[in-house]
Design a protein around this ligand. Structure first.
Ligand SMILES: Cc1cc2nc3c(=O)[nH]c(=O)nc-3n(C[C@H](O)[C@H](O)[C@H](O)COP(=O)(O)OP(=O)(O)OC[C@H]3O[C@@H](n4cnc5c(N)ncnc54)[C@H](O)[C@@H]3O)c2cc1C
Length: 439
């Protein structure tokens, strides 16, 4: 089949690769001049399936409100807040109910574990070399942090995840460069999880996709899709739509605007986050792998010869306006734990400060599978876990429902995500099929 993929972020690249492996003739349209230039560019890189859970969780609204006014708050509101942001927040609030949370969490984790397996298969099978380090630790500054983390540990137990609660001495043995002056209680150590460079992986897999025949058209914007012929794409600057047998929408945050004229209203909003990436000054003072400061929800990762610090969840505002205090929080957390690890800009070294927009659905799981319109498939809305979910998402949806991949991998795999998020703007009979795919 002739299949078009819109978007060359981590989701589009993994999707295009899997489709080509299954024997399809694939063309990827990307508006930027290279792959992984938007949200997949400089994320924290954490791949920890047990921690892939919805942000819509019981107790979260109270936590968010109590944080809002503090200087280093992990969640912030910025102006202007759009009507879409407010509607999104209301849906998020409703999805915090326990029953909804449990269903969403189960779906996300199932996908995340499969995804990690597929990531390792691809990495080993294709001998991909990119910056990565094994192991993940959630740092607990105090008894209070330890208490707050207990529900997550129960989730890990139920999911059969290998982890240990360890004291500060043990933490220091695993991460000897931790600041000796920072007192803390301990950590949760997950030896099977880790951190890896999402963008590097995307670029390497793009090359593999090219090798097996995928056609990439960069600097090419998909301007419009037609409800009557959803597998035809009008490219910006062209007069005639290009026809395909199937189209997979992987345009991240931009997907919602492209789908709206087709009658598909996706409740997705941008939840902004920040990262700084700095060259390591002295490897002995740097982290060995990935750590999460549970109090500030900031991740510190070792990515090759750089250290990356990422965090913050900002609703409202815009991608172009960086909030200085959010970036200061990243420097503060890095300094608390690994002073001297990185070359800061005041030493004349290049520090990359980045703001990215998580393509976030209110309740958590991404939308993967049929749009309900003939020939149009969706793989979008991966929020804060798109890297951890990417390889699994690519294998779970798509024009043949991932059947060929299921057969090849010899494991049963249903499309994991119910399409409950999609609400037709103008209800019509054919939209009724957008209700549920088996979970
Ligand atoms: C600060 C931060 C930290 C994060 N940390 C982690 C983490 O530790 N682990 C994790 O798993 N995830 C993490 N994430 C989330 C992860 O980065 C995202 O979920 C993921 O990158 C989304 O990938 P995507 O391919 O859907 O979107 P994108 O990477 O944004 O790709 C979409 C692509 O579509 C293209 N496009 C859009 N519109 C069009 C059009 N009309 N025509 C052609 N092309 C188009 C865009 O140019 C873009 O390249 C983090 C995110 C942030 C912001």
């Amino acid at each position: 089949m002739r299949v078009a993929v819109i978007g060359a972020g981590i989701i589009g690249i993994t999707t295009a690769y899997e489709l080509a492996v299954d024997g399809h003739e694939v063309t990827v349209f990307e508006r930027r001049s290279a792959a992984a230039e938007e949200t997949s560019f400089a994320n924290a890189g954490v791949v920890a399936p047990g921690y892939v859970t919805p942000w819509a969780a019981p107790g979260m609204p109270g936590k968010v409100i109590s944080h809002l006014l503090s200087r280093h708050a992990p969640v912030k509101l910025a102006w202007p807040l759009s009507g879409r942001d407010l509607a999104w927040m209301w849906k998020w609030y409703q999805a915090c109910k326990l029953d909804t949370y449990l269903v969403n969490r189960a779906q996300m984790q199932r996908l995340a574990f499969y995804s990690r397996e597929r990531l390792h298969q691809l990495t080993d099978g294709l001998q991909l070399e990119y910056d990565r380090s094994p192991g993940y630790m959630v740092l607990l500054r105090s008894e209070k942090d330890s208490k707050l983390v207990q529900p997550s540990l129960q989730v890990l137990r139920e999911a059969g995840v290998t982890f240990r609660e360890i004291n500060a001495d043990e933490v220091r043995r695993i991460e000897p460069a931790l600041n000796p002056d920072t007192a803390f209680l301990g950590a949760v150590h997950l030896p099977d999880d880790g951190v890896a460079n999402c963008r590097q992986f995307a670029l390497l897999l793009k090359n593999e996709a090219l090798r097996i025949g995928v056609n990439f058209e960069f600097n090419t914007t998909a301007a419009q899709l037609d409800r009557a012929q959803a597998a035809s794409i009008l490219i910006a600057g062209e007069d005639t739509p290009r026809a395909f047998d199937q189209v997979v929408m992987c345009a991240g945050l931009a997907s919602a605007a492209l789908l709206r004229p087709l009658g598909l209203k996706i409740p997705m909003t941008a939840v902004y986050g920040y990262s700084i990436s700095a060259p390591i000054r002295e490897p002995l003072n740097a982290p060995r792998s990935a750590l999460m400061d549970e109090r500030y929800k900031v991740a510190i990762s070792r990515l090759g010869n750089r250290v990356r610090v990422a965090g913050s969840a900002e609703i409202g505002g815009s991608l172009d306006t960086k909030r200085a205090s959010s970036i200061q929080t990243l420097y503060k957390v890095l300094n608390d734990w690994f002073p001297g690890a990185a070359q800061h800009s005041n030493l004349g070294a290049h520090v990359q400060e980045w703001k990215g927009a998580r393509p976030m659905l209110p309740d958590g799981p991404p939308i993967i599978g049929s749009s309900g319109l003939p020939g149009l498939w969706l793989n979008l809305g991966h929020g804060s876990s798109g890297w951890a979910l990417s390889c699994g998402s690519a294998g779970a949806g798509g024009p043949d429902g991932g059947q060929a991949r299921r057969n090849r991998h010899g494991r049963p795999w249903d499309r994991p995500i119910a399409l409950v998020h999609v609400q037709p703007c103008r209800p019509k009979p054919q939209d009724e099929c957008l209700v549920a795919v088996s979970a």
